[in-house]
Design a protein around this ligand. Structure first.
Ligand SMILES: Nc1nc(N)c2c(n1)CN(C(=O)COc1ccccc1N1CCC(C(=O)O)CC1)C2
Length: 164
């Protein structure tokens, strides 16, 4: 039941702060959209709520929202009460877990690939990326050396990890 995780984190491992992402990196948003296009995206309800309304549901993707609230509904969202239930409704094809911190920590156990956008800088936040333990191999860094410069002045780079 392979599943991919995709997130953006700061140098100090922050993913989010008070329900939002504490930086604006348009290049990452384009990469996120390109990486997840046509796939099923699995997210926690807080991540759903954090998406700007015009992006809900994420277009061109099956949106599966994890929540324990059995009466929770949203236009364009399929609801699941556990990660296992979410994976069961998408038995084949690419599945991307897109947040947040709580969901990544559960999903990492099932994951075989993790795509991380590293944003250079220290940010304050209340949601942190899970650490990738020894089983993970760094299989791609783009650019291979150095950092890309965002139009916003932020430096960033993409890392891909796999685990067999
Ligand atoms: N590397 C990586 N991993 C992640 N899991 C996620 C991301 N970056 C970015 N994320 C966000 O929630 C943040 O997004 C947005 C934030 C503010 C405005 C637009 C957006 N987006 C515009 C593009 C939309 C689309 O994809 O169509 C999605 C919303 C999840």
């Amino acid at each position: 039941m392979s599943v991919g995780l995709i997130w953006a984190q700061s140098t100090n491992g922050v993913l989010g702060s008070n329900g939002t992402i504490p930086w604006y990196l348009p290049e990452d948003l384009s990469r996120f959209r390109q990486k997840t296009a046509g796939a099923a995206v699995i997210m926690g309800r807080r991540t759903w709520d954090s998406l700007p309304a015009r992006f809900r549901p994420l277009p061109g993707r099956r949106n599966i929202v994890l929540t324990r609230q059995d009466d929770w509904r949203a236009e364009g969202a399929e609801v699941a009460d556990s990660l296992a239930a979410a994976l069961a409704v998408v038995p084949s094809g690419p599945r991307w877990v897109i947040g947040g911190g709580e969901i990544y920590r559960v999903a990492i156990e099932w994951a075989t690939q993790v795509h991380v956008t590293h944003v250079a800088g220290t940010f304050h936040g209340d949601a942190h990326a899970p650490s990738l333990d020894t089983g993970w191999q760094l299989t791609d860094v783009e650019p291979s050396t150095g950092w890309l410069n965002s139009s916003t002045g932020l430096r960033y780079r993409y890392c891909e990890y796999t685990r067999t």
